[in-house]
Design a binder for this molecule. Structure first.
Ligand SMILES: [Zn+2]
Length: 189
């Protein structure tokens, strides 16, 4: 090692105000910027945990404060469309499109679908599309967020019950995810 690289490496071990970085520096999301956080961290740029301006933030995006805010806005928008639907049935198609767009643009993980805001009818059409897609793309498992069923916002609970009790084509099954009964594992073989 020559003199200059040693200087650089030492320099890289120090934070903004000269403190030594811990081994897990910027490897975990700051709790203030997590889903249940407040969206502000008093440590600012000196914080040892991942902040929105750090590269790691995008990798954990579904767990972040910004994702939660986007999800809340999406959910409120879809709820407003439900109110409109009572006056004009055209809005049902818009609800369908908004939920599908949300899942395309904001996946919480690979093959993960959030059914928040769908009516049972829309959910039945959407799940058949997902099953057909899984068959054609040879994907065996997907995750369907239906909510827990202890609140029946936009037929959440009914969607879950339908998926667990309806007749589906052979090879298609739904199983509750252990430890998170708001999510069903959809298997297609
Ligand atoms: Zn922080």
């Amino acid at each position: 090692m020559n003199y200059s690289t040693e200087i650089i490496q030492n320099f890289e071990n120090f934070g903004t105000f000269g403190q030594i970085h811990k081994p897990n520096y910027k490897t975990q999301l700051c709790k203030n910027w997590s889903r249940l956080g407040c969206g502000h961290c008093g440590y600012g740029p000196r914080c040892q945990f991942i902040h929105p301006e750090d590269h790691g933030y995008l990798e954990v995006y579904p767990d972040t404060w910004h994702f939660a805010k986007e999800q809340e806005a999406h959910s409120q928008y879809v709820q407003a469309l439900h109110a409109q639907k009572l006056v004009n049935p055209f809005y049902e198609a818009l609800i369908d499109r908004k939920v599908r767009e949300w899942n395309a643009q904001h996946p919480k993980g690979p093959n993960y679908y959030d059914f928040d805001g769908l009516t049972t009818k829309l959910a039945d059409f959407y799940i058949l599309d997902i099953i057909l897609y899984m068959k054609s793309a040879k994907i065996q498992k997907s995750w369907i967020e239906t909510g827990r069923g202890n609140h029946s916002k936009a037929n959440f609970a009914a969607i879950r019950t339908n998926f667990l009790t309806n007749q589906f084509p052979p090879g298609v099954s739904f199983v509750p995810v252990p430890g998170n009964d708001g999510i069903l594992c959809l298997t297609v073989v």
